[in-house]
Design a binder for this molecule. Sequence first.
Ligand code: HEM
Length: 346
Amino acid sequence: MRTYEPYRVATDLHRPGPPLRVAAENGSAAWLVTRWEDAREALSDPLLSADPSLPGYPAGPGHRGASTGGSMIRLDGAAHRRVRRMFTGEFSVHRVERMRPLIASCVASAVADLRAQGPGADLIPTVALTVPQAVILRLIGVPESEVPATIAAARHLHDRTFPRSSLASAEKAFLARLRALVRRGPADDLTGRLVASGELTEDEAVVNLRLVVAASVQTTSSMIGLAVLSRLTDPSRSVDDLLADWSVVQTGPRRVAVADTSIGGVPVRAGEGVVVSLPAANASRPPGAGHVAFGFGPHQCLGQHLARTELDEVLNGLFPVRPATPDLRTYDASVIYGVESLPVTW
Ligand code: HEM
């Protein structure tokens, strides 16, 4: 059920069928994978690498390639497992449930801000972006008093209008903040526990903290905006229905073959790229089968329980609103789908 038409990117290609030869946005030859079973096969194939520095990697729009060395989302096999296992406990169902009061309080303060701004207020910056930002920053150990300044320092990670000329300096300043957090030493929060374990180097800790912040904000904020819209027309959709309906990671995940392999019976040669269409895969899943909006296999979303809980808390904590305008602009040319702004009234 989609009120606002998604998938501006390659709409016609996103029909479920056998892997299809396409050219990625960077010109690399790639296979577009659209069927649910093929998506799962591709995303669990150890011969497909997530390393964007390899020749043939099908880079997508907005792919900056910056600061990704050592980031778990770009690592394969044992190197990936080594880093990921340092974070899995922090995002388990149990741990996220213990964070629910913190999440609820971030939602309550964002919703109060929306109400205070009055009808016409934009839900995207006020609630959809602020909640995941505040939650992830508190979770990694940023003190409450420093959250607003850190949100401002992280703007370049999600704001597509951020001036390109200032990107490098903004990134440097943001990484310096994360490094200061790591250097603070052991503490009772995600970063403090990471440091106490002594398992990761300082650089590995910094780059993966950056990843969890970057990976949590745009995705969750897009889903919050779209979920609020969907619930207007069909209040019965569950959080997971909504995640599958929208599949906001619309032209990813992406991989490159490091050796000859096959997907859905189609040979994929070493050096060829693979782009998995999660929207198409979800649309073609067998009745009752789990969705792949969070991906599948070793890189399946680390923050999925957190994302579900944030969505749940926002949908429960928000008073009834409706769009203040029928013209909602969606993101163009972005791997992640969403609405640019969502002025609401009540
Ligand atoms: C609705 C919100 C979200 C959606 C739709 C989403 C979607 C995804 C998808 C599709 C992947 C797989 C990427 C791949 O295979 O290349 C992924 C990975 C990841 N996500 Fe999420 N995500 C969401 C929220 C979050 C949150 C809140 C966090 C906070 C921790 C997070 C952290 C990550 C990380 C760290 C990875 C990489 C995991 C790895 O490489 O092992 N995500 N996400």
